[in-house]
Write a protein that binds this ligand. Structure first.
Ligand code: ZN
Length: 244
């Protein structure tokens, strides 16, 4: 595909279908965006007359808008999501971010409501998720719709330079340099939340893993270099399999 924006739209649409396939989003809620490199614009999942929900997202629903949610590609058929400021405000202040995901994944939401902290309770089971927990996952305490720039700024004040933020009673915000990175990260965050929730249901308090084990990982660098690309391809193939 020659047109890079069209290619980006296809990728964002696929990310929406992956998040649905992995159980992070259902029906019509949640959105993915990607910065259009070298511009003050993004492509973002919109909703409108042709809406059938996230699992059925096509590139048609991914529209080009500026960081304040304005653009010629918004028509009666497609409107920008109410929580667009989550995306636009992040792109304005964090130039390293190339993609943003906002979703309401059930396990992450349940952990937020129950006040279960997402800690490094496992190691080799899922190293990227363990590292995420180790770095600390900020929690935005408000359950409001982030429909205004001021609210997004409040969330960003909590999130800082982190790649993930749990929104208590609401969902998650996840960033990445690329759509692939953000998508795999969001899936890993939900894996961490599911395990945290499963362990909490047993009534036992999960201890953090041993520091000696954490130190082993710290010296290693990426356990499987390039694995994020493989995971993205796996997730995309799973979508294809389920769409057949
Ligand atoms: Zn939301």
């Amino acid at each position: 595909m020659a047109d890079p924006v069209a290619e980006l739209k296809e990728k964002v649409a696929l990310a929406c279908r992956i998040l649905a396939d992995q159980g992070l989003v259902s029906d019509i809620l949640g959105h993915v965006s990607a910065r259009i490199p070298g511009t003050e614009e993004m492509v973002i999942r919109c909703r409108g007359e042709d809406e059938y929900g996230l699992p059925f997202t096509t590139a048609d629903a991914i529209r080009r808008v500026d960081f304040n949610g304005r653009g010629e590609e918004l028509t009666e058929r497609y409107q920008a999501p109410l929580e667009l400021p989550i995306h636009g405000e992040i792109y304005k202040v964090r130039p390293e971010v190339g993609a943003v995901i906002h979703a309401h994944p059930p396990a992450a939401v349940a952990c937020g409501i129950a006040g279960l902290e997402l800690r490094p309770i496992f190691g080799a089971f899922n190293v990227p998720a363990m590292r995420m927990a180790l770095e600390g996952i900020p929690v935005f305490p408000r359950a409001v719709l982030i429909s205004r720039a001021e609210l997004a700024a409040e969330m960003l004040a909590v999130m800082g330079s982190k790649e993930v933020c749990l929104l208590r009673g609401h969902g998650i915000t996840v960033t990445g340099r690329t759509v692939e990175e953000a998508t795999v990260r969001a899936v890993n965050l939900e894996i961490l939340a599911r395990m945290t929730l499963e362990v909490a249901k047993t009534g036992k308090v999960a201890p953090d893993i041993e520091w000696a084990d954490i130190a082993e990982f710290a010296h290693r660098g990426p356990v499987l270099p390039g694995s994020e690309r493989w995971v993205w391809r796996y997730l995309a193939r799973m979508v294809e399999r389920h769409e057949r």
